[in-house]
Design a protein around this ligand. Structure first.
Ligand code: 5AD
Ligand code: SF4
Length: 442
């Protein structure tokens, strides 16, 4: 990632300013530097606002410029986040086909993963409605932090550009990561998210001593002050019993697993070289649910892979129903240079059909997500406080261990862990009131 630069333009209110601060922090931790102008950046990001027409006009100008910069330098990546992107959802790509990634408030960590996986160029739409976790305080005092644990990938997924651009997986030294976690805690972090293309194959390349991902989880859990530990993304193939057991045995490891599916059709999974089929994926889900019945499960899905028929797509829909995801990030397949799938000429799915499929999928995902979210109503959950609510200044927002955004009534400071009683749910967020301030601000 080193050597890449980005330019971020922020429109709108204070909330967007906070989101942008968090995007800056993320990109910095991924090794991006700030470009002086969008014309010089490898990654052009617009954090948008839809409140006034004047913002719309400025945005239209910026989008037009970004399109020109990309035409002049084809490697440029364009991302659009915030409220305007949220209001258009997947239509962004129909109306502005040069946009690579669209994301709503709260999807900053997904943006990080998207960039790491080099899936940019694949048009990605991240399910919207969460709340970006930033603290209205000094940038170095974030309660939530990221740590990149490896680069590269040893898999050969046929749609994915990572193996050709990043090469084989290289894990960062174990002791460096533990030291970095200690450092992050010293700077105010209490939640750490481990990032990598394939986090759960971490450590197999380390010498003289091989390490495993579950050992890394245990070591970071052991760092005094790490209250919450997350990771993204694992590969279903390497989602073994030791990693699942870490969720049960280690206090900080959260009750949330992001397990990328990509397709529910065994035929398409084979063409994607995902190394598992539909049944194997579902048996992993069953193993996880048996060990951690209340786990939140999220996933990534690609629609419109070459050869995907209506029947294949319906297999994806039925798996989504069966697996009961709490959220899913959906992508329209796009051909990437130097990938095996780029050579497939048969069965190419027309853009309109892919767009129609992603629309149906998003609808099903949202219905399922609402049902899952409703299980929290009436429960008391631990929330890491992030700041004032974006929609209602009387309320506060934060995130649960299950990675659900919560808006709540009460008095609490950013960085505190509080107990919130959940009163209602939507497909993307929960709402409630504070019953207990369980842990002081660090
Ligand atoms: N087309 C569409 N989606 C892709 N992704 C990766 N490469 C592509 C591509 N060529 C998606 C996958 C992955 C996520 C980070 O991006 O779903 O899990
Ligand atoms: Fe790409 Fe597959 Fe590796 Fe993920 S696991 S980075 S999709 S090759």
């Amino acid at each position: 990632m080193a050597g890449l630069s980005y330019h971020l333009t922020t429109f709108g209110c204070q909330m967007n300013e906070h989101d942008s601060e968090r995007i800056d922090g993320l990109l910095e931790s991924l090794g991006y530097s700030q470009a002086a102008a969008p014309s010089e950046a490898d990654l052009i990001l617009l954090n948008t606002c839809s409140i006034r027409e004047s913002a719309d006009r400025r945005l239209a100008t910026q989008l037009g410029n970004a399109k020109r910069f990309k035409a002049a330098r084809p490697g440029v990546v364009i991302g659009v986040g915030g409220c305007w992107a949220q209001s258009l959802k997947d239509e962004v790509f129909e109306r502005y086909p040069f946009v690579d990634v669209a994301f709503g408030p709260g999807q900053v960590d997904r943006l990080g993963e998207f960039l790491l996986a080099d899936s940019i160029g694949a048009q990605g739409y991240f399910e919207f409605g969460g709340f970006t976790a930033d603290l209205p305080m000094r940038a170095q005092q974030r309660a939530q932090a990221w740590m990149q644990i490896s680069v590269g990938c040893n898999q050969k997924c046929s749609y994915c550009i990572v193996p050709s651009t990043r090469g084989l997986e290289v894990s960062r030294p174990f002791s460096d990561l533990v030291a970095e976690a200690e450092h992050l805690v010293d700077r105010g972090a209490r939640e750490i998210t481990l990032l990598g293309q394939n986090v759960n194959s971490y450590g197999r390349d380390l010498r003289p001593e091989r390490r495993s991902f579950s050992e890394l989880l245990a070591a970071i859990d052991g760092v005094e002050g790490v209250d919450r530990l997350r990771y993204t993304s694992p590969h279903p193939q390497d989602m073994r019993a030791d990693v699942v057991a870490a969720h049960v045995e280690l206090e900080s490891v959260c009750e949330h697993i992001h397990l990328p599916l990509q397709s529910g059709s065994s035929k398409i999974l084979k063409a994607m070289r995902r190394t598992y089929d539909r049944d194997r994926y579902l048996s992993r889900v069953a193993m996880i649910r048996e060990a951690i019945p209340d786990i939140s499960l999220t996933t990534d899905i690609i629609v419109g892979f070459p050869g995907e028929t209506e029947a294949d797509f319906e297999q994806t829909l039925s798996l989504v129903e069966e697996a009961q995801f709490d959220a899913a990030y959906t992508f329209i397949y796009s051909s990437r240079r130097d990938t095996e799938a780029a050579l497939i000429t048969d069965g190419v799915v027309p853009a309109e059909q892919a767009s129609e499929r992603i629309g149906r999928l998003i609808e099903l995902v949202q219905r399922g997500a609402l049902k899952r979210a409703e299980r929290f109503v009436g429960r008391s959950v631990e929330v890491l406080v992030e700041g004032p609510s974006r929609t209602d200044p009387e309320r506060i927002r934060g995130r649960t261990r299950h990675n659900k955004a919560v808006n709540f009534v009460g008095i609490a400071e950013p960085g505190e862990l509080v107990t919130v009683e959940i009163e209602s749910a939507t497909s993307t967020s929960l709402s409630g009131r504070v019953t207990l301030v369980s842990s002081a601000l660090r």
